[in-house]
Write a protein that binds this ligand. Structure first.
Ligand SMILES: NC(=O)c1ccc[n+]([C@@H]2O[C@H](COP(=O)([O-])OP(=O)(O)OC[C@H]3O[C@@H](n4cnc5c(N)ncnc54)[C@H](OP(=O)(O)O)[C@@H]3O)[C@@H](O)[C@H]2O)c1
Length: 235
């Protein structure tokens, strides 16, 4: 990523988790373009984000087309399943060549509460992979983390750094997204392809950790002691 150009992240579906993710990037100098299919919800997210943005703009995209054009990086932060299908289908060719950051867990919100599902594909990440065109770079991150951890400036500024484990569908996708993830102050750590998505989702390996920075979060020393050195994506 160029040091002279301010990066931009487009975030589609800013709710609880997505707004925290947007806040983490915006507080570290990443411009944010927000798209919500209910414009009032995009406005509400923008109002929460503008006071914490540092050297970064918070813009609202009024259409998915505008949202897609704002950045090569799109974070999809709706619930999994039907909303993801709706967004992917509406984006269509606009996804060509984009990097899509998937944060979802396989949780359904039902009238009787939140239900954990076991997708037939194996994980929410593999379900989304089944919807994506071949020319989209698929990244998974933030699904193992509680919203409070993502929003914590103490964790983002920790030393040694907090580890942000991520999955990527190829070495090229990993190389493209890594500098963006590093902007957060967390230390990005490649932990595999989307075939390992379940590990990065609720109840998965990286969701079942606790360290000095709290639940779901290990610092770089703790992470290496627990999981060994960083993997290298296959070229
Ligand atoms: N919250 C957590 O602690 C947490 C932790 C890890 C991962 N995650 C994952 O993060 C994702 C979001 O969770 P959340 O708790 O933030 O849920 P949320 O608060 O319901 O946020 C999702 C947002 O997406 C919006 N949306 C739905 N369809 C859309 C569309 N077609 N275009 C644009 N926006 C759309 C929703 O709007 P409406 O509600 O108005 O339809 C809602 O505002 C989920 O996949 C979840 O598994 C959450």
């Amino acid at each position: 990523m160029s040091t002279t150009q301010t990066p931009t992240l487009t975030l589609i579906g800013p709710g609880r988790h997505g707004t925290a993710i947007a806040g983490l990037f915006a507080s570290h100098g990443v411009n944010i373009s927000l798209f919500h299919y209910k414009p009032a919800k995009a406005e509400a997210a923008a109002r929460r984000l503008r006071p914490i943005a540092r050297n970064a703009r918070i813009d609202i995209a009024t259409s998915l087309e505008e949202a897609a054009q704002a950045s090569p990086f799109l974070a999809l932060t709706t619930l999994w399943g039907a909303p993801q299908q709706a967004v992917v289908s509406a984006l269509g060719d606009l996804l060509d060549g984009k990097i899509l950051i998937d944060v979802a867990n396989p949780l359904d919100v039902t009238p009787t509460g939140v239900q954990l599902r076991r997708p037939v594909e194996g994980s929410a990440g593999q379900y989304l992979a089944s919807l994506l065109p071949a020319n989209v770079g698929h990244v998974k991150a933030f699904s193992n983390l509680a919203t409070a951890a993502v929003a914590s400036s103490a964790i983002a500024e920790a030393s040694p750094k907090a580890v942000l484990p991520y999955l990527a569908d190829s070495a090229e996708t990993s190389a493209q997204v890594r500098p963006l993830l590093a902007q957060t102050g967390w230390q990005p750590r490649y932990v595999g392809t989307l075939r390992s998505a379940r590990d990065l989702e609720i109840t998965g390996t990286y969701n079942q950790v606790s360290g000095r920075l709290g639940r779901n979060v290990l610092d770089v020393d703790e992470f290496t002691a627990r999981f060994g050195p960083e993997q290298t994506p296959d070229a």
